[in-house]
Ligand binder design. Structure first.
Ligand SMILES: Cc1cc2nc3c(=O)[nH]c(=O)nc-3n(C[C@H](O)[C@H](O)[C@H](O)COP(=O)(O)OP(=O)(O)OC[C@H]3O[C@@H](n4cnc5c(N)ncnc54)[C@H](O)[C@@H]3O)c2cc1C
Length: 162
C-alpha cells in the first residue's frame, strides 16, 4: 500500500514497556523511525496530509525513562515525555527556569498542555513554538538516542528546519 494513502485508523500503535523496547521498535522501517507522544502535532499533520502515515507507530508518552524533572550537577534535566502541565507546575522549573514555566503555560489550552510534551515540541521545531526560545537563551541541550548511539546536542545546533 502507498504510505500516503494509509489512514490513521490503519496504523498499528505499539505501547513499549521500556525505552529499550521503544528504540528496538523504532528501528523497524515501518515506523518511519517516528515516535508518538501526545500526538498534538502528529495527529494534525497526518490528518492534513502533511506527513505520510506510517504503518506502525510507537507510543512513548508514558515511558518511565522519559518522565521526571531533576537537578543533576547544577543542571535541570527534563525527560522528553514530560508534559507542559508538568513543566509549568514543577518547583524546579519555577525556581531555575521561570521563562520555561511561563512558556509552558501559554502552549494552546489545558488540553494541549496535558498531552503535549517537551520532546514533541523540540522535535516538531515549529518556529511559532513557545518553549523553544526559553531553552535557547538558557543554553539548553538535547540528549538524543538510538539503539546504537546516544549524543548530546546544543539546541542552537539541533534545529535544521520545521
Ligand atoms: C490546537 C493546538 C494548539 C497548539 N498551540 C500551541 C501553542 O500555543 N504553542 C506551542 O508551542 N505549541 C502549540 N501546539 C503544538 C503542540 O501542542 C506542541 O508542539 C506539543 O508540545 C507537541 O508535543 P506532542 O507530545 O503532542 O508531540 P507529538 O505530536 O506526539 O510529536 C511531535 C513530533 O515530535 C516527535 N517526538 C515526540 N516525542 C519524541 C521523543 N521522545 N523523542 C523524539 N521525537 C519525539 C514525533 O515523532 C513528532 O515528529 C498546539 C497544537 C494544537 C493541536
Amino acid at each position: 500500500m502507498n504510505s500516503t494513502l494509509r489512514t490513521i485508523e490503519d496504523m498499528e500503535c505499539f505501547f513499549p514497556a521500556s525505552l529499550q523496547e521503544a528504540l528496538e521498535y523504532l528501528a523497524d522501517e515501518k515506523t518511519c523511525g517516528r515516535p508518538l507522544a501526545g500526538g498534538t502535532d502528529l495527529m494534525v499533520q497526518w490528518e492534513a496530509g502533511a506527513l505520510p502515515i506510517p504503518e506502525k507507530i510507537v507510543n512513548v508518552l508514558n515511558l518511565p525513562e522519559l518522565k521526571g524533572i531533576s537537578e543533576e550537577n547544577g543542571l535541570i534535566v527534563i525527560g522528553g515525555g514530560v508534559t507542559h502541565t508538568e513543566i509549568r507546575g514543577s518547583s524546579l522549573v519555577l525556581q531555575y527556569l521561570p521563562s520555561l514555566a511561563a512558556a509552558a503555560a501559554t502552549v494552546g489550552g489545558f488540553q494541549m498542555q496535558n498531552m503535549g510534551t517537551i520532546a514533541g515540541s523540540m522535535a516538531n521545531a515549529s518556529p511559532a513554538g513557545d518553549p523553544e526560545p526559553s531553552l535557547l537563551i538558557t543554553d539548553g541541550t538535547v540528549i538524543v538516542g538510538s539503539l546504537s548511539d546516544e549524543r548530546e546536542i546544543p539546541l542552537r545546533n539541533f534545529w535544521k528546519g520545521y
